[in-house]
Design a protein around this ligand. Structure first.
Ligand SMILES: [Zn+2]
Length: 219
């Protein structure tokens, strides 16, 4: 662990403790460029950690402080995600896979954070989950299934979706899964697909319900 303290942080509001982990990609050409930006007072952004492609982890902000990575958005009905979360930036431009050493380092880091703050796998999310339409990181190439298998992210459901996929029911089930940000139907569907079915296209399908679980609601 390398320390590169960023000036871009403040106290968590209302005495909040981390209950969410938000994963991002840096969308920059190198980890060093990203770290410099996240430490630049002019940029007004930061994260708690940056995980490099080699697996090296840089800490920019202490976990008990509020880093500035999430911005506007909502998850499970809660706002001010910065006060409620630990933010992890993955060194990735957005158009290439995440290498093995980086994934392994992320998994170790996640395990420690989740233990320290008693964070549930269902609250390890992508930036795009809490800011649908506005953000698309960590993007379609991120391997959520790998994290879920280890209990480091929500398990996807496996039951067949409803015979007649209905937008209102989809919205309700997506809300139950945490996707509560107030967005239109297309944007919500795109966010859920980015997380669970990144290569899916076309109108709402039964398969869009499956990963969200809750089959009791349509059977
Ligand atoms: Zn982000």
């Amino acid at each position: 662990m390398i320390d590169r303290p960023s000036p871009n942080f403040g106290p968590r509001r209302d005495g909040l403790r981390p209950s969410i982990v938000v994963l991002h990609y840096t969308a920059m050409s190198s980890a060093e460029a990203a770290i410099q930006r996240l430490c630049d007072p002019e940029a007004q952004v930061s994260a708690h950690y940056v995980v490099c492609r080699s697996g090296a982890i840089t800490r920019l902000v202490a976990e008990d402080q509020r880093a500035w990575h999430a911005g506007e958005g909502e998850w499970r009905g809660q706002q001010d995600i910065n006060s409620r979360s630990v933010g992890i930036e993955l060194d990735n431009t957005g158009d290439h896979p995440f290498p093995e050493p980086q994934m392994a380092a992320l998994e170790g880091l996640l395990q420690r954070i989740m233990e320290r703050w008693d964070i549930a796998p269902e609250n390890v999310i992508g930036h795009s989950d809490m800011a649908p339409g506005r953000k698309s990181d960590p993007g379609p190439r991120f391997d959520w299934t790998r994290l879920a298998r280890q209990g480091l992210a929500a398990q996807a459901g496996y039951e067949e979706g409803p015979g007649a996929p209905d937008c209102t029911l989809f919205r309700r089930i997506a809300r139950d899964a945490g996707f509560t940000a107030d967005v239109d139907h297309e944007t919500l569907l795109a966010a859920v697909r980015l997380r669970f079915r990144p290569h899916a296209t076309g109108p709402l399908a039964p398969e869009d319900f499956t990963p969200l679980g809750h089959a009791a609601l349509w059977t």
